[in-house]
Design a binder for this molecule. Sequence first.
Ligand code: FES
Length: 137
Amino acid sequence: MTDHIICRVDEITEGKAKRVEIAGRVVAIFNLGDRFAAITNTCPHEGAELCHGRIAALVNADAPGAYRTEDEQIMVRCPWHGWEFDLASGRSYCDPSRMRVKIFDVKVTPGERLAEGPYSAEIFEVRTEDDYVVLTI
Ligand code: FES
């Protein structure tokens, strides 16, 4: 697993998402205000980009008219047909045992810590043989 620096925190507006391509994957990173969440950007239904979906807390009801919002369970609604996915688990609301999107670890790291590294360059063995320089990869 490799950390990838995406952007400054203030470059993703609260309640919105940023689409990024990392190592051949397209990922939607959401700013939930007090935390960030990252999921595969492609909806498993017909492929809409989930970064364009609206986010909202899950709403539950114990009885008609007695509803409550689950502030810790934030869902993204697909912009095409409205399927909803939990941003913490990736599970869909309609079929949580079978339908899901992949989730990724995302964290906020102070810039000072990023400047510390560790950074390392890839090292290759080089040797000379007669008149040739040979690089071993
Ligand atoms: S493409 Fe996402 S619900 Fe249809």
